[in-house]
Design a protein around this ligand. Structure first.
Ligand code: DAK
Length: 257
C-alpha cells in the first residue's frame, strides 16, 4: 500500500496506520481520511492482521479536521464530501482499533480517537473539542461519544467552553485506557494490540460488536443481542478449540473460523 498522507506498516499481526501531515499537525483532510479508511479496510480483510493501531506523531495525534479545506465549503459541498462518508467507514471496521495518542487530539482528532475502541495516551496528550472557537460544534460524534465517556457536566465544559483535558484527566474520567511516558506510548499501544490480536479472532470481533451495541440499544435489547451473538460462537471452530484446550490443559491454537 502506498499513500500520500499516511504511512502504514504491519508489525507482527498488528496493522499500523500513522497520520503523516506533520506540518499541519496531522489535520484530517478528506485525502488523509480516505487513505486511512482504505488502509483500515485492507487490514480488516487481511487474515494476518488481528488488530490495528492508529497514531500521529509526538506533537499531534491530529489537531482536527482540516480547517483550511473546510473554511469556504457550502452546506451542499459538506454533505457530498467523501470526508463525511469516511467517518461512516470507520464505524464498520470489525477488528479492534487502538488509538495511540500523543500531543494534540482536538476536534476531529479527538473524535477519531474516541471512535477507536481503546486509547493509549502519552503523558503529553491533550484532548479537546475546540470547534466552538470556529462557530461550529463537533460533527463526528464528539457531543455523543465524549458525553457517554466522561459524563454530561464535564462534556458541557469541554464542548461549550473549550476546556482541554490532560492525559491524566482523560484517564481519570474514563476516556483513555492508559497513560504512559511519551517515549513509550506507541510501543505500549502496539503491545496491547498484539495481545488482542493473539486471541480468538471471531470472538474478539463479536465482543467489539456487542460492546458497541450498547450505544444503539436499551438494556433488554442489548442483552438479547449479546445472547444471540454468544450462541453464534458455538458455530465456530475456535469455540471447540478453546474449550478442548481448557479441558486438556493445553494452549489453544486459534483458527479464526
Ligand atoms: N486544520 C488545518 N491546519 C491546521 C489545523 C487544522 N485543524 N491545526 C493546525 N493547523 C496548522 C496551522 O495552521 C499551522 O500551519 P501554518 O500556519 O504553519 O501553515 C500549523 O498547523 C501549526 O499550527 P500552529 O502554528 O497553530 O501551532 P500551535 O502549536 O501554535 O497551536 C493548536 C497548536 C493545535 C493549539 C492550534 O494549531 C489549533 O488551535 N488548531 C486548530 C484546532 C481546532 O480548532 N480543531 C478543530 C477543527 S474543526 C465531521 C467530521 C469531523 C469534523 C466535523 C464534521 N463530519 C463527519 C460531519 C471535525 C471538525 C474539526 O475538527
Amino acid at each position: 500500500m502506498s499513500f500520500e498522507f499516511i504511512v502504514t506498516e504491519v508489525k507482527g499481526n498488528v496493522g499500523l496506520v500513522r497520520f503523516n501531515r506533520p506540518k499541519a499537525l496531522n489535520a484530517l483532510s478528506p485525502g488523509l481520511m480516505s487513505e486511512a479508511m482504505d488502509a483500515l479496510e485492507t487490514f480488516d480483510q487481511d487474515d494476518g492482521v488481528g488488530a490495528m493501531v492508529v497514531t500521529g506523531d509526538q506533537r499531534a495525534f491530529a489537531a482536527g479536521a482540516d480547517i483550511k479545506e473546510m473554511a469556504n465549503a457550502t452546506v451542499v459541498e459538506m454533505g457530498k464530501s467523501t470526508f463525511i462518508s469516511s467517518w461512516d467507514r470507520l464505524k464498520r471496521i470489525r477488528k479492534p482499533i487502538i488509538a495511540a495518542v500523543s500531543g494534540f487530539a482536538f476536534g476531529g482528532g479527538c473524535e477519531f480517537a474516541m471512535a477507536c475502541d481503546m486509547i493509549v495516551a502519552s503523558e503529553s496528550a491533550q484532548f479537546g473539542q475546540p470547534e466552538i472557537n470556529l462557530g461550529i460544534i463537533p460533527g463526528a460524534g464528539g457531543t455523543q461519544r465524549l458525553t457517554r465517556a466522561i459524563g454530561k457536566a464535564l462534556a458541557m465544559e469541554v464542548i461549550l467552553n473549550d476546556r482541554r483535558l490532560t492525559a491524566e484527566e482523560a484517564y481519570r474520567f474514563g476516556l483513555v485506557n492508559q497513560v504512559v511516558p511519551k517515549e513509550l506510548y506507541l510501543e505500549e499501544a502496539l503491545k496491547l494490540a498484539q495481545q488482542i490480536a493473539n486471541r480468538a479472532p471471531v470472538a474478539i470481533q463479536t465482543a467489539k460488536e456487542a460492546i458497541n451495541a450498547v450505544f444503539d440499544m436499551d438494556l433488554d435489547a442489548g442483552v438479547a443481542y449479546e445472547r444471540r451473538l454468544f450462541y453464534s460462537l458455538f458455530a465456530t471452530e475456535d469455540q471447540k478449540e478453546g474449550m478442548d484446550a481448557f479441558v486438556n490443559k493445553r494452549k489453544a491454537n486459534w483458527k479464526g473460523k
